[in-house]
Design a protein around this ligand. Structure first.
Ligand code: NAG
Ligand code: NAG
Ligand code: NAG
Ligand code: NAG
Length: 381
């Protein structure tokens, strides 16, 4: 039998606990209502979405489609600091620290960054692309902005650099979706342990693009550091675009193969082609939102129209949206050298078959824009 004093004491403790719990909920509710950005704190386990892609495939644009939302905490290229710090290593080795970083950041744990960033990870400005995270450019995280201000990443770059990394972690915790995009994972099997982590609800969105269009676009970008890391383990230090493309294409095929074979990825993998996104943005954005458990917003249609029909001037090119996105997939067809086209078609045959891209058999075919080299009926299933 319990004597009466401990019994009342016990009941008192229970009541006190309930009271404190309610108070904390109430205060949290109050703060998220009065000072916070208009999204609500996550009630369930957050959704974690990783956009996997490769260089010049439109993944920055795809990332912005998620970053645009006020319920998404988005991180652009979290693996960039590693590749920058370990330029003499191969992509295979760098997969492992990147996987661990992704796992931490998905749960809003920024502590690994203290080790990886140049200044010891004190301020967000040590992350080269922090202004690509809209959540770091809104109040209360950055007081230079008012709630009614839109997302202005150039102003954010100037005004929000002193936010501490720990504050970034706290901000992240209030979002219902954490989305990251990376071009630096070339092997999906590396990520399989993350699917067994009970703290994560991970989904993979795999963005692919016509290898010929990638190769064409790559010619105008300086990617030597990345290419060295990419080809480090290929036993030949001569970096050529067709060798780089061979490796990238194989990686895209392998990612898809792992996704189809792994039980844990059932219903957690979605592939999308850059060309389909450019030709029918609204339809495909709705599909991707649905996959990520995001409801379409009221102004989605207007916003999609805006970003696919307007050039957003931006020096660093990250956010440059196309004037008319439906023309982007065919830009390589006229100017690209047919010898290079042939090389890419040879080195990327498997990827082209798998993802529905038809080879041009001659220069005449390549330059004949009536001939569609993207299979419109393509679907992975
Ligand atoms: C950030 O901090 C530095 C050094 O403490 C200071 O000089 C600078 O004015 C601050 N910038 C902003 C936008 O607060
Ligand atoms: C690299 O490969 C290209 C094309 O195959 C060749 O023309 C060039 O001579 C090679 N360079 C070296 C240093 O081997
Ligand atoms: C689309 O652009 C127009 C004109 O610049 C602007 O007034 C409107 O707010 C934009 N709508 C969305 C949803 O971005
Ligand atoms: C271009 O392709 C279309 C569709 O296959 C074909 O009908 C047409 O004859 C081709 N034009 C030339 C100049 O080869």
């Amino acid at each position: 039998m319990m004597s009466s004093t401990p019994k009342y004491f016990f009941l008192f403790c229970v009541s006190l606990c309930i009271f404190l719990f309610s108070l904390s909920k109430f205060l949290h509710y109050k703060t998220s209502f009065s000072t916070h950005s208009p999204h609500s704190a996550p009630k369930n386990k957050p959704v974690h979405l990783l956009v996997l892609s490769s260089w010049r495939s439109g993944s920055s644009f795809l990332g912005q489609i998620f970053n645009h939302r006020n319920d998404v905490f988005y991180i652009f290229e979290p693996g960039h600091p590693f590749w920058f710090s370990f330029q003499n290593e191969g992509s295979e080795l760098l997969h492992f620290p990147l996987r661990d970083l992704l796992q931490s950041l998905f749960t809003c744990d920024v502590s690994p960054l203290h080790q990886y960033l140049p200044g010891g990870g004190k301020r967000v400005s040590e992350l080269l692309f922090y202004a690509e995270t809209r959540a770091l450019c809104t109040p209360p995280t950055c007081s230079a902005f008012k709630l009614t201000d839109g997302y202005d990443h150039l102003k954010c770059k100037r005004s929000c650099m002193n936010t501490s990394l720990d504050q970034m972690g706290e901000t992240c915790k209030t979002y219902s979706h954490v989305v990251m995009k990376t071009i630096r994972i070339l092997d999906l099997s590396i990520l399989l342990p993350l699917f067994r982590d009970p703290a994560l609800d991970l989904r993979i969105l795999h963005l692919v693009r016509d290898p010929r269009a990638i190769a064409f676009s790559r010619q105008y970008f300086y990617l030597l550091m990345d290419d060295k890391i990419l080809l480090k383990n290929e036993g030949n230090t001569n970096i050529t675009i067709s060798r780089v493309m061979k490796k990238i294409c194989k990686a895209q095929v392998d990612i898809n193969r792992v996704a189809k074979a792994a039980e844990v990825l059932q219903g957690r993998y979605m592939a999308i082609r850059h060309e389909d996104l450019s030709n029918e943005p609204l339809k495909n954005i709705k599909k991707m939102y649905n996959f990520a458990g995001l409801h379409p917003t009221k102004d989605l249609e207007q916003w999609v129209y805006n970003v696919t029909h307007k050039e957003v001037a931006d020096k660093n090119g990250i956010m440059t949206f196309s004037r008319d996105s439906s023309k982007v997939p065919y830009k390589w067809r006229t100017p690209m050298d047919f010898h290079l086209v042939e090389q890419i078609q040879q080195n990327c045959k498997e990827a082209m078959d798998l993802f529905g891209y038809k080879p041009a058999k001659s220069q005449i075919e390549q330059k004949n824009l009536t001939l569609d080299l993207v299979n419109k009926e393509w679907s992975l299933e």
